[in-house]
Design a protein around this ligand. Structure first.
Ligand SMILES: C[S@@+](CC[C@H](N)C(=O)[O-])C[C@H]1O[C@@H](n2cnc3c(N)ncnc32)[C@H](O)[C@@H]1O
Length: 447
């Protein structure tokens, strides 16, 4: 029995249980974290009768995961309430702040605790939001990413050479996870570097590190490539990774060269680029990086006749986009392009982007298509995926790209529970991942 006060009256409340939808949602979050299944499967197998609101709640909570973690860790009151299921806390806070805006019944212990902390939580959220605004106003300086070209050398050899030159390789504490890694990168000293948290061929240096004249760069043993840009080639990779590929929009060829490295020069790759000048740069990249099975073709991908490419299994579509995720352009672009101009430009870009992916889907043997942009706008990202699925959804399904990557797309274009987009797509954010802003979607042919 709980006691609460109403003016001078004391009211005795009977203890109630937390509603089933919240308990189920919390269990699903926990199982998803433990990689026991996809969100969709976990929701369906939860036995809950009304999957739509359950899905919406879980998806909303996933969307705000990092804010929720911060709120729970930084709201003083939470330290004094134990034991408290952190997954249930996340669900209840989601409902209170981004969902219905209220919680019932108030005499369930977990709900009462959250309601007692409500004003602290809202205050913590306000300061989190204003901190994020400050961060985005400040010039974000990305670290220098160095990709080891595994066609030429190995990560170990490159690390040894660099330490021989005076660089110091550091590590982040394993226990501190990805967030600890990001903090370690932010604190890199000017002669320090660290192996990337996710990609074993990527080294991370402070932004001041200079490699433009380095012999390793000249010999093609290393490339200067942002981490997010590496992720789309990695998302295309299947296990095994073998078969003909097309890179539909290739120049300057960073992703083509990574595809060649990921397939260990075992697969033929056709690198398409429509712009003649950029084709020259592409050819240079391909030759400098020893990507020996790449053929460069100057053409508009949309004019390629799919029946001439019967055995192509993989297509990467990384088309022209607004480039609004690129860190060096973040501030100036946002200020200079607003309103109607931007809307029109995004409309044009997204229409072309959709056509390119739809065309990729007409290649007779294609099994995997990756679509990526360095845009922060939903119009060029989730909305393109939604549009493309209406055309190719019978033959292709959207698959969860890079399941180990923490940041996912927005769920605004979802039609749950069967048709989800956000959680399946990857997003990278400058402020959180120290990479360019990026988006990736993976389409896989239905069997
Ligand atoms: C974002 S860049 C590609 C970057 C490249 N994937 C890389 O990682 O180095 C887009 C490129 O696609 C080319 N492009 C745009 N539309 C195209 C089309 N329809 N056919 C072929 N190339 C196209 C542009 O000229 C530009 O060079």
């Amino acid at each position: 029995m709980d006691v609460t006060t109403n003016g001078s009256q004391q009211i005795r409340l009977k203890r109630a249980t937390v509603p089933e939808i919240y308990r189920k949602a919390a269990r699903i979050l926990k199982s998803a974290e433990e990689r026991k299944g996809s969100l969709k499967n976990l929701i369906y197998s939860s036995g809950f009768r009304d999957v739509k609101p359950l899905y919406a709640l879980v998806a909303e909570s996933c969307k705000h995961q990092s804010a929720l973690d911060e709120l729970i860790n930084n709201t003083a009151g939470f330290q004094n309430v134990k034991p408290f299921d952190p997954h249930l806390a996340r669900i209840l806070i989601t409902e209170l702040i981004w969902g219905k805006g209220y919680l019932k019944p108030i005499n369930a212990r977990a709900i009462r605790i959250i309601l007692e902390l409500e004003s602290d939580l809202r205050q913590a959220l306000d300061s989190l939001n204003s901190q994020e605004e400050n961060d985005s106003v400040q010039q974000i300086s990305a670290p220098r990413y160095v990709r080891v070209n595994t066609l030429v050398s190995t990560t170990e050899k490159i690390c040894n050479q660099l330490t021989g030159e005076g660089w110091k390789q550091v590590r982040s504490k394993k226990k501190s996870g990805y967030e600890g890694f990001i903090e370690r990168v932010k604190g890199l000293g000017e002669n320090e570097f660290i192996l990337d948290f996710h990609l074993d061929f990527l080294l991370v240096f402070p932004s001041t590190a200079q490699f433009y004249n380095h012999n390793l760069l000249k010999s093609g043993a290393i490339l200067l490539q942002d981490k997010a840009s590496c992720l789309s080639a990695v998302a295309l990779k299947s296990n095994p990774f073998y078969g003909k590929m097309i890179d539909a929009c290739s120049a300057p060829g960073m992703k083509t060269s990574l595809l060649a490295a990921l397939s260990n020069n075992q697969s033929s790759i056709i690198a398409i680029e429509r712009d003649a000048k950029r084709c020259n740069t592409l050819r240079q990249t391909i030759s400098n990086t020893h990507a020996s099975k790449v053929t460069v073709q100057q053409a508009d991908f949309l004019t390629l006749n799919p029946s001439d490419y019967q055995d192509v299994k993989y297509i990467l579509v990384d088309p022209s986009c607004s480039g609004t995720g690129i860190i060096s352009r973040l501030d100036s672009q946002r200020k200079s392009e607003e309103g109607a101009n931007l809307e029109l430009r995004l409309k044009r870009l997204s229409s072309l982007q959709s056509r390119l992916v739809e065309h990729a889907a007409t290649f007779p043997s294609v099994e995997r298509i990756v679509y990526s942009t360095c845009s922060i706008y939903e119009e060029e990202n989730e909305a393109v995926v939604r549009q493309v699925l209406t055309k190719i959804g019978q033959s292709f399904q959207l698959e969860e790209a890079l399941p180990w990557w923490p940041r996912r797309g927005t769920n605004r274009y979802d039609n749950p529970p069967d048709d989800v987009i956000g959680v399946k797509c990857v997003r990278a954010e400058a402020g959180k991942d120290l990479t360019n802003g990026f988006f990736i979607a993976l389409f896989v042919r239905r069997i």
